[in-house]
Design a binder for this molecule. Structure first.
Ligand SMILES: Cc1cc2nc3c(=O)[nH]c(=O)nc-3n(C[C@H](O)[C@H](O)[C@H](O)COP(=O)(O)O)c2cc1C
Length: 299
């Protein structure tokens, strides 16, 4: 029997039809995923992080499989803001899916520029500030460890997009993730997205050197699940805004654990590459068992 209980979730001023999103960087700008799974079924698609200027990213290899997931060193390759607005955002406009635009910038003025240009447009429901990318040369693109910066940037972006859901995606690669989450909350974020990838490395036995030119990469997939659950749990004790939890989800049960840890919604990433039906199965399970939501009672 197919049940269709209401499993919509609200993040700030915006309601999404369900709490199952695709994580940024997993399906590009949305069009890559649509032949495999009807993206209309999703609560939202978070598109690949864009920056003001296009970026080529890091030299290959950029993805390296490990037994419990993947390491990546993409380096924020993206088409840039203008091309995104012109060519990519319209691709999803006709689909009945919530679009969350992921953005990153080096300087405050660039965040202002991105927010000002996106603010008057339609075709998206939310912004996710990626303050957590570990795979870039520029220190400034990895400023999400600084609570003062996080609060300031969150505030200036939220002022410009008051009618959209503003998520702030924070890095697990900090000592106290709750402190960074609190800064985003103080700046007016509608939700915290966590976690981005965990710093990791692998070596080539032939050369004795790291697989990636940059050395370390970002570790994702099933192996990071306990770390991600821990971080979401910590954040849930630090803030009262919703948490969009992710990291290592590869089954319905994994998703349920995020709701127990305190998440209001979840994002699925790496495991979609091996199981494109995963989001569909999680959505079906939640329709059948809406009690899985709002179970954030873990002590
Ligand atoms: C190839 C790849 C590219 C990614 N690109 C981005 C990105 O552009 N912006 C971002 O915020 N996160 C990016 N991520 C991180 C994911 O959105 C997610 O936070 C992380 O992979 C943990 O979830 P998972 O274990 O389900 O993959 C990327 C991850 C992978 C594997």
């Amino acid at each position: 029997m197919v049940t269709n209980n209401d499993i919509s979730v609200t993040l700030g001023p915006v309601t999404f039809k369900n709490p199952v999103f695709i994580a940024s960087g997993i399906c590009g700008y949305g069009e890559e995923y649509s032949p495999l799974v009807p993206i209309e079924e999703l609560g939202a698609v978070v598109t690949k992080t864009i920056t003001v200027r296009s970026r080529l990213g890091n030299p290959p290899p950029r993805i390296h499989e490990v037994p419990t997931g993947a390491l990546n060193s993409i380096g924020l390759e993206n088409v840039g803001l203008e091309a995104y607005i012109r060519d990519k955002l319209p691709l999803l406009r006709d689909k009945r899916v919530g679009v969350i635009v992921s953005i990153a910038a080096e300087f405050e003025e660039e965040f202002v520029e991105v927010a000002d240009k996106l603010a008057p447009l339609d075709g998206y429901k939310g912004l996710e500030l990626n303050l957590s990318c570990p795979n870039v040369e520029e220190e400034a693109l990895d400023h999400g460890r600084n609570p003062e910066f996080v609060e300031r940037i969150t505030r200036i972006v939220k002022e410009r997009v008051p009618d959209r859901a503003l998520l702030v995606k924070i890095t697990p690669n900090v000592t106290d993730i709750g402190e960074v989450a609190k800064a985003a909350e103080a700046g007016g974020a509608d939700g915290i997205s966590a976690i981005n990838t965990v710093v990791g490395v692998d070596f080539d036995l032939e050369t004795g050197k790291p697989i990636f030119h940059r050395g370390s990469g970002g570790y994702s997939g099933p192996g990071i699940l306990p770390i991600a659950l821990q971080k979401v749990w910590e954040i849930s004790r630090a803030v009262s805004i919703p948490i969009v939890g992710m990291g290592g989800i590869s089954s319905v049960d994994d998703a349920r654990k995020f709701f127990i840890a305190g998440a209001t919604a979840i994002q699925v990433g790496t495991s979609l590459w091996v199981d494109p039906e995963l989001t569909k199965n999680i959505i079906a399970a939640l329709h059948e068992h809406p009690e899985y939501l709002g179970t954030g009672t873990a002590e």
